[in-house]
Design a protein around this ligand. Sequence first.
Ligand SMILES: [Zn+2]
Ligand SMILES: [Zn+2]
Length: 279
Amino acid sequence: MLGGHVSISGGLDKAPERARQATCDCMQIFSKNQMQWKAKPLDLEEAERFKENSKRFSIKETVIHDSYLINLGSPDKRLLRQSREAFLDEMARAKHLGVRNLIFHPGAHMGAGEQAGLKKIAESLNWARTEFGSGDVAFVIEITAGQGTVLGHSFEQIEKIITLLNDQKNVGVCFDTAHAYAAGYDVKTRKGYERTFQTFEDVIGLEHMKAMHINDSKVKQGSRIDRHEQIGKGFIGLDGFRNFMNDKRWESIPLVLETPQGEKGYRSELKTLRALRRK
Ligand SMILES: [Zn+2]
Ligand SMILES: [Zn+2]
């Protein structure tokens, strides 16, 4: 299942056709403007049209990425409250859109320290689950590049958050190839790739893998900087993506592009990726 992050300009219901035109089987969207705290309430008719169009344009699965403003690990009380409320709204929007997997960057500790930050993130998620009151929307924690005080750049940190959750059933992980590579994981060489996912299995468990972001990296392995590059033009390169495209373990999860050209580039990038599959 290959696709990309598509724009919702003109309405959420416009996204499925856009994705189909870019030859996506699946897609990722923001459920609102990702750079604003407040959004007008979700239009339920628009949500229905979104679901109809997803069927009509054969989009097999949609995942939602939350707003970049949210920091569930913030040590600042006001920002934390704002983040939690916004996150809860993201969950409600996902539910109305019929989307189960809500992908988010776990958060940044802003100087409070790694352990304090991880604990705060888990507390936020526990709060959100209680407020939301159901398991209809799953928390999907994205691995990060580890820039600044951003957490979630190691499998151990992600596992730590998961262990602190009251609800262990509705949580998963999104593996971003560019972030993982920048965080230090080798996914480029055959050996490194195998070691990376053996470690993932040992530390987190493969059953938790719910989605992937397929991005090349503008920066070297271990740079701890988040810079996506077009497929084949970065440091991971086609050899690296060949590993992913031929791994049966990811056949039933959405693999979505978040590359710099966006929808304009997806058609050719998806073609490149599909061609890497061994017949
Ligand atoms: Zn990503
Ligand atoms: Zn990124």
